[in-house]
Write a new protein. Structure first.
Length: 183
């Protein structure tokens, strides 16, 4: 059922957001040189590496392997700050969901080299597909330590259900409206 919902919802959102995506692409291209998208390898289900898609929010050459680049970072474009605040840069990940690399809800996909630092909770996150949003994202996200995020990930893996997914999606909408720093 979860995969069916991922397919259905991602397809609907891809089609619905296409008219919004075109102006976003044009603004990204107008504001700075380079491609409108950003592709990065991330760790997926059972440790399989996949290519994650995002709208580019930083100047070309400034994307590095840093896992945390906050909104006030000088490498982020003006439009990129706005996209990141409202998570608009994540829209292309609907393609990742549609093709099966990700799910709507699950632990956020991390850089492959972070797997070396996983504790027992961190290792559990490999037992489900990574998500566009997850329990850690609605409980502090970038303000949490990796260990605390992994605790939320482990809780999700151990208690996953469609009801929990719907609760996380609802809380994600609240984060989008109010901002991460309020949670």
């Amino acid at each position: 059922m979860k995969r069916f919902l991922d397919l259905l919802i991602s397809f609907i959102l891809i089609v619905a957001l296409l008219p919004v995506s075109v102006p976003i692409i044009l603004i990204i291209k107008f504001e700075s040189k380079g491609d409108f998208y950003f592709i990065q390898e991330r760790l997926g289900y059972r440790g399989k590496v996949f290519r994650l898609y995002k709208f580019r929010s930083m100047y070309i050459g400034d994307h590095d392997k840093k896992s945390q680049v906050f909104l006030d970072h000088p490498s982020i474009t003006r439009f990129g700050r706005w996209m990141r605040r409202f998570k608009i840069d994540e829209i292309p990940q609907l393609i990742n969901i549609f093709i099966g690399d990700m799910s709507l809800v699950g632990p956020r996909p991390c850089l492959p080299e972070l797997a070396e630092k996983f504790d027992a909770n961190g290792k559990k996150r490999n037992n489900v597909k990574p998500g566009l949003t997850g329990l850690a994202q609605v409980n502090g996200n970038i303000f949490l330590s990796w260990q605390k995020r992994w605790e939320y990930d482990a809780y999700y893996v151990e208690n996953k259900s469609l009801l929990l997914d719907f609760k996380i999606l609802y809380l994600t909408l609240k984060v989008l409206i109010k901002g991460e720093n309020r949670f």
